[in-house]
Every structure is written in C-alpha cells, then in structure tokens.
Write a protein that binds this ligand. Structure first.
Ligand SMILES: [Zn+2]
Ligand SMILES: [Zn+2]
Length: 75
C-alpha cells in the first residue's frame, strides 16, 4: 500500500498525522534519515515513522519521507 501521499503535514512540513489517523508529536514519531540518490542537494530524506503503527504490526512500514522521494521503489 502506497501511503506516502496520505500523510497530513503541518505548516512547517512536519507530519501531524499518519495515514491511519494516529496523531503524531513528541514521543509518537521516530525521526530518521535515509540516504537517497534522488536528492543530490541534501543526499537523502528526513524520515518520519509512526510509532503507533510500529507497535501494531512489524509488517506495517508507515514512514514519510521529506522531501517526498521521486525514485520509484523496487517491488
Ligand atoms: Zn500510525
Ligand atoms: Zn529519494
């Protein structure tokens, strides 16, 4: 399931809710970094992962990339 475009972002670009409706905030979101070739200027993406989704299922990868990734992901 492609959920990248379903994240609700606040005015500062920080996601405020995951695609499954979990509200995000301090302690509710894991902020990370993923190197990527689509962004030579910055070298990658800031990633935001919903901790509520991770707690529900190890299979559910609910991660938002900022800026959005333009490289098609391999199946
Ligand atoms: Zn969630
Ligand atoms: Zn990318």
């Amino acid at each position: 399931m492609e959920t990248e475009s379903l994240w609700a972002s606040g005015p500062d670009g920080f996601p405020v809710a995951c695609p499954y409706g979990h509200l995000l905030g301090p302690g509710r979101v894991l902020v990370g970094w993923r190197p990527c070739r689509c962004s030579p200027a910055t070298g990658g993406h800031r990633t935001y992962s919903c901790r509520a989704c991770q707690a529900l299922s190890d299979q559910r990868q609910t991660t938002c990339h900022q800026p959005p990734c333009t490289v098609p992901r391999k199946p």
